[in-house]
Design a binder for this molecule. Structure first.
Ligand code: PLP
Length: 382
């Protein structure tokens, strides 16, 4: 087992920032009150949540009352989509989304289809981009929600969110954006983006796992999906994860404070990775060549299985990811790549490397030194 992991899977999750851990620690130890309790310890917890909410609102450019803390990005997506659909079902039953969304959105739409809702999946181009005009054309008098991701988790393509938002607003259709991958990398001002609902997840930007956030513009009616107490102004029952919420807000603030310093360094590492991977015979960059997340290098390799590449990299202590998913014993190619019309055979050979602020030039050198040999060896084994 190699001594140190070369971690190149920051789109899956990120390590907790030490400064975030420091901010969280008191809420695991001395400040353990329940935020609903009216004595001093409880009030401290509530003050910490209030202050966290203000920090999040500050970054999003919204009111603190428009921010709800949840248990993860998936829960935020569920709350936004199911919450809006069930609240608005008397108005209409039509949802619009894209086929490259995360399963937290796709499976939620499919679930709603079992309850009489109808979903349109607007196509994407070969780079995974949604055409805003297609959204406009898909809107009917039954449409109650549009949900499009800000940036794709597999290929890193950035969607024209502000433009889609402008079209939705002109037609008075609520617009939800899954910004789970974009957060920490792209501007998040909800007014400039023309969004009504926005989902975030703290573990994607050096915050703790198990904390999500949902921005819902004032006036959006959302039916809560968890019944119980009146926490989060009735939108999400359950005793608050105070330490997690404090950590999420600190991580969000730090992510945007650090961005000017972190971004140019990661871009130079990413560009070296892309150039090196491009020179491997039978490789193809996936996602948009320029409008992509600055930490994402995703490829398909002809004639190899993504899983086999991962396992070989893992033996060398390199953590990476593939878009294929193992379901009931067989490997399904990524739904994102298939929607982008990548041929099935190529889609099986996908590899996603996503950089973070801890990666170094030496790590990129190591990966580029071993990857061509792994691909070559796997091709010969077929
Ligand atoms: N949406 C996108 C685009 C994601 O990449 C992810 C996680 O990978 C999620 C939603 C789900 O977030 P969480 O892991 O916090 O449930």
């Amino acid at each position: 087992m190699p001594e140190r992991t070369i971690y190149l899977d920051h789109a899956a999750t990120t390590p907790l920032d030490g400064r975030v851990l420091d901010a969280m620690l008191p809420y695991f130890t001395t400040e353990y009150g329940n935020a609903s309790s009216i004595y001093t310890l409880g009030r401290h917890a509530m003050q910490a949540i209030d202050s966290a909410r203000e920090q999040v609102a500050d970054i999003l450019g919204c009111r603190p009352t428009e921010v709800t803390f949840t248990g993860c990005g998936s829960e935020s997506d569920n709350l936004a989509i199911k919450g809006m659909a069930f609240a608005l079902q008397k108005k209409g039953n039509h949802l619009i989304t894209s086929p490259i969304e995360h399963h937290a959105v796709l499976h939620t739409c499919q679930y709603l289809e079992r309850f009489g809702f109808k979903a349109t999946y607007v196509p994407v181009d070969m780079y995974g981009r949604v055409d805003p005009d297609d959204i406009g054309r898909a809107i009917t008098d039954q449409t109650i929600l549009v949900s499009i991701m800000y940036a794709n988790n597999e290929v890193g393509t950035i969607e024209p969110i502000a433009e889609i938002g402008r079209i939705c607003r002109a037609r008075k259709i609520p617009f939800h954006v899954d910004a789970v991958q974009a957060c920490g990398s792209l501007p998040l001002d909800v007014l400039e983006l023309n969004v009504d609902l926005l989902s975030l997840s703290a573990h994607k930007f050096y915050g703790p796992k198990g904390v999500g956030m949902l921005y819902a513009r004032q006036g959006m009616r959302i039916l809560p999906q968890l019944q119980g107490g009146s926490q989060e102004r009735g939108k999400r029952a359950g005793t608050e994860n105070v330490a997690g919420i404090v950590g999420a807000a600190a991580a969000l603030r730090l992510a945007y404070e650090d961005l000017p310093k972190v971004q140019p360094r990661i871009i130079s590492l990413r560009d070296r990775l892309i150039a090196g991977m491009r020179s491997i015979p039978g490789s193809q960059l996936t996602g948009h060549p320029t409008d992509r997340l600055f930490n994402n290098a995703s490829f398909v390799f002809q004639g190899v299985e993504g899983e086999s590449i991962l396992l070989n990299l893992d033996l060398l202590g390199i953590a990476a990811s593939t878009g294929s998913a193992c379901t009931s014993g067989s490997v399904d190619p990524s739904h994102v790549l298939l929607a982008m019309h990548v041929p099935v055979e190529q889609a099986h050979g996908s590899l996603r490397l996503t950089l973070g602020k801890g990666n170094t030039d030496e790590e990129v050198d190591t990966v580029l030194a071993v990857l061509p040999g792994i691909i070559e060896k796997l091709r010969q084994l077929r």
